[in-house]
Design a protein around this ligand. Structure first.
Ligand code: PNS
Length: 180
C-alpha cells in the first residue's frame, strides 16, 4: 500500500535578535518539536541602530545551532509574508511574554493574515522565567554593569564583553563550571 508523503512543515521565526536571548532559544527549541524546520529570519532594518551588525547576529545564532541542521538562519527585508512564501514556510512563530505584547502581536498577525491568508501565525508563550526578558533589557542591564548570565547564550555574553572592552584587550573566556 502506498503511503502519502507528508509535506515538510517549515516555520519562520522572525525578529531583530539584537542579540538572541535565552527566551528566543527557548522558543526555537520548542518549535523543533512541532515543525520539521525552523528558519530564524533576521529583519534587515536600516532605520534601527542595532548593537550587533546583521553578520554578527547571524553568526551568534548559527553558533548556537551549529549542530542542528533543522535550524536555518537567514535575513529578510520587505514584507514578512512574502519572505515566508519564498522559503515555503506556512507558519510564522512569535513568542508572547506578557499581555503587553498581545496588542502589537495581534495587529501584526491580523495584518499578515490580510496580506496573505495562507500564512498562519502561531504564538508560543514564554516560560515564566523569561517573561520579563528582552534584547533591549539585556543590553541596558549589561551596559550598566549588571549580570546577564543565564539570560543569553554564553557566546552572546562574551561578545557583549568584547564590544565594551577597550581596543586591543582580549576578553578571557569564562571558565566552564565543572560538572558534578
Ligand atoms: O524582534 P521584533 O523587532 O519584535 O520583530 C519584528 C518583526 C521583524 C517581526 C516585524 O517588524 C516584521 O515582520 N517586519 C517585516 C515588515 C512587515 O512585514 N510588515 C507588515 C506586517 S506587520
Amino acid at each position: 500500500m502506498k503511503t502519502k508523503s507528508r509535506r515538510r512543515s517549515v516555520a519562520v521565526f522572525p525578529g531583530t535578535f539584537d542579540p538572541i536571548t535565552n527566551g528566543h532559544v527557548d522558543i526555537i527549541t520548542r518549535c523543533l518539536s512541532v515543525f520539521d524546520e525552523v528558519i530564524v529570519a533576521i529583519l534587515v532594518n536600516s532605520e534601527k541602530r542595532p548593537l550587533f551588525t546583521v553578520d554578527e547576529r547571524i553568526d551568534l545564532i548559527r553558533q548556537a545551532y551549529r549542530k542542528n541542521p533543522r535550524v536555518r538562519v537567514e535575513t529578510f527585508s520587505g514584507l514578512l509574508v512574502d519572505y515566508a512564501m519564498k522559503v515555503d514556510a506556512t507558519v510564522i512563530v512569535r513568542g508572547l511574554r506578557a499581555i503587553s505584547d498581545f496588542e502589537y502581536e495581534l495587529q501584526m498577525a491580523l495584518m499578515n493574515r490580510r496580506l496573505n491568508p495562507r500564512i498562519e501565525t502561531v504564538f508560543m508563550m514564554a516560560p515564566e522565567s523569561y517573561s520579563y526578558l528582552s534584547s533591549r533589557l539585556v543590553k541596558e542591564v549589561f551596559h550598566l554593569g549588571g549580570d546577564v548570565s543565564g539570560l543569553v547564550p554564553a557566546l552572546v555574553e562574551r561578545r557583549l564583553r568584547e564590544k565594551s572592552a577597550p581596543e586591543g584587550y582580549v576578553v578571557p573566556r569564562r571558565r566552564r563550571r565543572r560538572s558534578r
